[in-house]
Every structure is written in C-alpha cells, then in structure tokens.
Design a protein around this ligand. Structure first.
Ligand code: FES
Length: 110
C-alpha cells in the first residue's frame, strides 16, 4: 500500500492507503475525495482529475505524456508547473507520503 494525502478544495487533508498500481484518481473516487470527479475513467480526455503535486517531488513522477500535456493546456483551473492529471499517476513505493492538492475547478475551460 502507498500512502497518499489529498488536500481537498476546502483545505481539508485526507490520507489514503492506495494499492500499488492504482491511479491517484481511482483512489480518490473510490474513497469519495471531494473535488476529483474522474469522468472519463482515466482515459485522459476530461481533465476532471487536475491536481497540483508537491513541487519537490515532481521528479519522482514519470513526466506527463504529450496527451496529458495537451489536456493540461486546456484545464479550467490555473495550470501551474506542478499541474498533473491524477489518473495518469500510479501509486508506487517511490510516491509514499506524496501530497497532492486538488485544483479548485475541474474539467476543461472554455
Ligand atoms: Fe479524465 Fe483524468 S479522469 S483525464
């Protein structure tokens, strides 16, 4: 199991134990974390799983694919240097204790 802490839009922190290989979106949806919708089921087309990863741990994640990068260009909330889609991050031992802050708006902007 991998411990991941989510900061919900309200500011409340919620720590979950995710099975290795689960995406951070799957874990959030399964446990009712507020703010992550996961509308497309992890197909990288909806951007309803936008989150901000702790900047000093970004290097531990696989870099975003071109597909994820393009979607992040269109998110409703501000795209930051540490923006990622939670469906594209898989829980692994290297991510133990990771903290992600859920973006205040989800989905694509207009
Ligand atoms: Fe749709 Fe992540 S769940 S892009």
């Amino acid at each position: 199991m991998v411990s991941i802490t989510y900061i919900e839009p309200s500011g409340q922190a919620l720590t979950l134990e995710l099975s290795e290989g689960w995406s951070l979106m799957q874990g959030a949806v399964a446990h009712g974390v507020d703010g992550i919708i996961g509308e497309c089921g992890g197909s990288c087309v909806c951007a309803t799983c936008h989150c901000y990863v702790e900047t000093d741990r970004l290097a531990q994640l696989a870099p975003p694919s071109a597909e994820e990068g393009e979607l992040l260009d269109c998110v409703a909330a501000e795209r930051k240097a540490n923006s990622r889609l939670a469906c594209q991050i898989k829980a692994s031992p290297a991510l133990e204790g990771l903290v992600v802050t859920i973006a205040p708006l989800q989905g694509l902007g207009v």
